[in-house]
Design a protein around this ligand. Structure first.
Ligand code: PEP
Ligand code: MG
Length: 536
């Protein structure tokens, strides 16, 4: 990748005689041109790519950025320098908010580079056009560039920086591109070197052997299908469900034949809202999802606002530690009506559609919270009410919680971060934040044991469910459903179908009794030759 646009010198001033008003107008025109270009590209794209391009286009014309730059230009700074400085300020504000907002700071830098390029008459920064297949290595990649990568030539993406939940990583997954982020050594690899990128394992191999290349090619060619019925080799049913956040995710889930939805992240429908959505607005959004699954289960999660997914109408105060703050079900204490309205909307949508609707609350930590939520659901006419187990205290109190809740769904993403006290957004802590950690698996085991005693189904809807080897362990621990990004379902199905329930139980014991995450992963993988056969 060519270097990004260089920072204009600090003392850059406009040519003598330049009218500050004209500089201001140039900034507005350049921002508008960048916005139009991104909008045109959005119109050519679809799904998440279109969304990101539209969001970046909006940022290009964001009055905060443009007006701050114009104020600097009015004070005598050259237009390109003024844009640069204003963007640095906006990015710093976003970074200080942490989590999801901090990751948007990269989008501001992209918009800044595009406006500066437009002002200085240089071509917009971007990915070089290539006709032969290539792996793209970059320090970081703007979401707008990722969105328009052509998977026919760009076969994989590796960045030195970037968090696992950045737009770049999300988009690469949506495009089906193997992507590895936070790989600092990638910039030292010479152009032209042959590399093998394994997005699932998060590894990059340089100079692979002919054998390794042949195997990777075989894996890439394998057609991945799912017949709509998850089960072990001896016929023990395990529902394979999809995680969705909007109607685009639904299309992918339907296409792959998911048995239903195990996690509908409702907050994703309203991330851009300043005020609480009306009941009608919610009913429309929920029906759009439910209507795609007549006769199938859809587990609707109430708003999980907070931490990396702030909603201004629920997260009322800035917090020092938002992941440990007022998020998920905790917001009901100050915004009870929002929860009541949401349950009303879910019940109304459920009554109008044919899906089998279950409801669950995020971030439940105590038996009282669970009982209170279940009572509210019943009052709204929603009979199957459960909770997510993603706080260690919930796993440790699973029996008390499941005596009121109809089911539990384990969120291994948060259960991992809270068990290991490791921020799930930090690439640097990925080793700690690993669902193979025996401590995390022991909490999953406790929850499953409580579910078995009380005859309540327990599922997993965190990213762990999408790892085929770990999926076998989770089944062995006693989960009855696995919910994941739709793309992962065929692989998980293939591996489960080659493994008996007894073997899953043996693997679960091996993993739980391991001393480290690495030992658990390696020990289990060594017992699953099917992974190698399928190249997983
Ligand atoms: C989880 O924490 O595992 C989970 C599924 O919820 P989210 O990723 O939306 O926090
Ligand atoms: Mg969670």
């Amino acid at each position: 990748m060519p270097d990004a646009v260089a920072e204009p010198p600090e003392d850059a001033t406009p040519a003598p005689g330049t009218d500050p008003e004209a500089e201001s107008a140039r900034i507005a025109a350049a921002a508008q041109a960048v916005k139009s270009d991104l909008e045109a590209r959005a119109a050519q794209a679809s799904g998440d790519a279109a969304d990101v391009l539209e969001a970046t286009a909006l940022m290009a014309a964001d009055p905060t950025l443009v007006q701050a730059a114009q104020a600097k230009a009015a004070a005598g700074t050259a237009a390109e320098r003024a844009v640069w400085e204003a963007a640095v300020e906006v990015a710093a504000t976003l970074a200080s908010l942490g989590g999801y907002m901090a990751e948007r700071a990269r989008d501001v830098a992209d918009v800044r580079d595009r406006i500066v390029a437009a002002l200085t008459g240089r071509p917009a920064p971007g990915v070089p056009t290539r006709t032969e297949p290539f792996v793209l290595a970059a320090r970081d990649l703007a979401p707008a560039d990722t969105a328009t990568l052509d998977p026919a030539t760009c076969t994989a993406l590796v960045t030195a920086e970037g968090g696992p939940t950045s737009h770049t990583a999300i988009l690469a997954r949506a495009l089906g591109l193997p992507a590895v982020v936070a790989a600092p050594g990638i910039l030292d690899i010479a152009e032209g070197t042959v590399v093998l990128v394994d997005g699932a394992a998060g590894t990059v191999h340089t100079d692979p052997t002919a054998d390794q290349i042949a195997k990777a090619e075989q894996v890439a060619r394998r057609v991945r299908t799912f017949d709509g019925r998850g089960r072990t080799s001896d016929g023990h049913p395990i529902a394979l469900l999809a995680n969705v956040g909007d109607t685009k995710g639904v299309a992918a889930a339907v296409e792959v034949g998911a048995e239903g939805v195990g996690l509908f992240r409702t907050e994703f429908c309203f991330l851009g809202n300043d005020s609480a959505p009306s009941i009608d607005e919610q009913v429309t959004a929920y029906r759009a999802i439910l209507s795609a699954f007549p006769g199938k289960k859809v587990v609707v999660r109430t708003l999980d606002a907070g931490a990396d997914k702030p909603l201004p109408f629920l997260n009322l105060h800035q917090e020092a530690n938002p992941a440990l703050g007022v998020r998920g079900i905790r917001t009901a204490a100050h915004s009870e009506q929002v929860l009541t309205d949401q349950l009303t909307a879910i019940a109304t949508a459920a009554a109008a559609e044919q899906a089998e609707v279950w409801v669950m609350a995020p971030m439940v930590a105590t038996a009282d919270e669970a009982a209170d939520f279940v009572a509210r659901c019943h009052a709204a006419g929603l009979q199957t009410a459960g909770v997510m187990v993603e706080v260690p205290s919930a796993a440790l109190s699973a029996s008390d919680i499941l005596s009121s809740a109809s089911f539990a769904s384990i969120g291994t993403n948060d259960l991992g971060q809270y068990t290991m006290a490791a921020d799930r957004l930090l690439g640097e802590l990925a080793g700690l934040n690993d669902p193979w950690q025996p401590a995390v698996l022991r909490l999953v085991q406790l929850t499953c044991e409580a579910g078995k005693r009380l005859e309540r189904p327990v599922g997993v809807c965190g990213e762990a469910a999408a790892d085929p080897a770990l999926a076998c362990v989770l089944v062995g621990l006693g989960v009855s459903s696995l919910s994941m990004t739709p793309r992962a379902i065929p692989d998980v199905s293939d591996v489960l179908r080659a493994t008996s329930l007894a073997d899953c139980r043996r693997l679960a014991a091996l993993a739980v009794d391991s001393r480290t995450a690495a030992e658990a992963r390696a020990g289990v993988r060594a017992q699953l030759p099917i992974l190698d056969e399928l190249g997983l």
